[in-house]
Design a binder for this molecule. Structure first.
Ligand code: ATP
Length: 155
């Protein structure tokens, strides 16, 4: 069976001192929240991402896909890392096999509302970053989130 190669790009979009926690000057911990999307009938929480289009660089794809899927806009800060996995897709008469590489960028939230998430995703919510780590389905995305947490804390 032939394996088709795909490249996607996505983001960890974050905000500091979210409205749900007291601000630093009022004794809050200055928490970090990140946005996750829910797919597969809301059974799987994951990072927003999508296929790189022809002529598009991976940072631009990440920005476009995060905006489309989550309803949130932000500034690309830097590349976190990439992950890769195989998956199969059954179609009438044939099963296709894919090898996918996904790049993830840190993005600092500027504006937008999770209520405006893409209708193709089941849900989008902000989670405190340690909660997001528990929620995320895939081990490799957990590693991306851990790296993002360290990078954001060092910023
Ligand atoms: P894209 O968001 O890049 O357009 P998609 O939504 O079409 O892609 P994927 O999210 O790559 O497709 O999902 C295709 C298959 O791969 C699904 O069965 C999914 O469960 C699996 N999958 C998705 N992410 C991962 C991952 N990080 N590790 C392992 N398997 C994954």
């Amino acid at each position: 069976m032939k394996t088709e190669r795909q490249i996607s790009s996505g983001g960890v979009i974050f905000r500091r001192n979210p409205p749900s926690t007291p601000p630093l000057e009022k004794g809050g911990e200055g928490g970090i929240e990140v946005a996750l999307i829910a797919v597969k009938d809301s059974t799987v929480w994951c990072l927003p991402k999508g296929l790189v289009e022809k002529g598009e660089n991976i940072a631009r794809t990440a920005h476009r896909e995060v905006k489309e899927e989550t309803g949130l806009d932000g500034k690309i800060i830097k590349l976190i890392d990439n992950i890769h996995y195989f998956y199969s897709h059954k179609e009438p008469g044939e099963t296709k096999r894919f090898f996918k590489i996904v790049y993830f960028f840190i993005m600092e939230y500027t504006h937008g509302d999770v209520k405006d998430h893409d209708s193709e995703v089941d849900d989008c919510q902000w989670f405190e970053i340690d909660e997001a780590l528990k929620k995320v389905e895939y081990e490799d995305e957990k590693e991306i989130l851990k790296k993002a947490r360290d990078m954001i804390k060092a910023m």
